[in-house]
Write a protein that binds this ligand. Structure first.
Ligand code: UDP
Length: 240
């Protein structure tokens, strides 16, 4: 598959439709893939954590998550037109699974939240079968978590432990499902505990600002963004 490097991290220049197509084909063919939704924060973090960079670069599909990645791609002459966020791709997976009868396991969020998400998802996407476990398990509990996932035998394992923990976890536990994907705070959104930005805010590329307003603690992560921008300009210069 075609791929480009942004600050040393591989990105596949796929849009939402192409991403869900790859996922559907993987489930149909009985293959197994690991998917990373790469946003500017994790791409920047990977420049300082080469283990993380290797984990991302060995994933089967790395989608451009966020307007910042689309911007960086443009700066570097890479043809990426659309962002593919974890929540948008999750919604596509839920829709596809609803038609195909997939088994979907949600791992992550505070205890009780994934159960609420599942009860809502059964109303909206009843063609899927769901199971879940919260994301605050101890090391001692981990074998039990893995046993539950294996017993459930998911087509799709959505891991919402936050980045980069979920990327480390998915890499270590690769192959538990046909599609293993990190989804950040998506389970909180699916449960209704956190609401997404209105559609028009998303359309103008300002969802990150909306989320910052709702969750001011995100500022510590977003402080890295100027460094991301600086590094993108450095990469652009070395190419000229
Ligand atoms: N989380 C978790 N286990 C942990 C730490 C975090 O399940 O040990 C969950 C947290 O409850 C939240 C998600 O991981 O649901 C992280 O959300 P955030 O919005 O920070 O992720 P992003 O989408 O920005 O990567």
């Amino acid at each position: 598959m075609e791929r480009y490097k942004i600050l040393g991290t591989n990105i596949n220049p796929v849009n939402l439709e192409e991403s869900i197509h790859i996922i559907k084909k993987t489930v149909k063919d009985g293959d197994s893939i690991r998917v990373v939704t790469a946003n500017p924060e994790i791409i920047y973090q990977a420049t300082e954590d080469l283990t993380l960079q290797t984990i991302i670069n060995t994933a089967d599909l790395v989608v451009p998550d966020g307007i910042g990645v689309v911007w960086a791609a443009r700066q570097l002459g890479i043809d990426i037109r659309e962002r593919v966020t974890g929540i948008d791709l999750t919604e596509k997976i839920l829709e596809a699974g609803n038609r195909m009868g997939w088994r979907i396991f949600l791992l992550g969020a505070k205890p009780g939240i994934a159960e609420i998400a599942i009860s809502k998802l059964y109303q909206k996407y009843p063609g899927n079968t769901f199971s879940c476990y919260h994301g605050y398990f101890t090391q001692e509990e981990e074998p039990e978590v893995i046993r539950r996932i294996k017993n459930f035998d998911p087509d799709i394992l959505l891991v919402g432990l936050g980045a980069p923990l979920q990327e480390y976890w998915n890499n270590e536990n690769n192959g538990l499902a046909k599609v293993n994907m990190g989804i950040g705070g998506t389970i909180d959104v699916l449960s209704g505990h956190i609401s997404r930005a209105p559609r028009w805010i998303r359309a103008v590329g300002l969802e990150w600002l909306y989320r910052l307003g709702r969750e001011p603690s995100r500022i510590s992560r977003q402080k890295k963004l100027p460094s991301f921008v600086k590094k993108v300009f450095e990469q652009k210069k070395t190419k000229q």
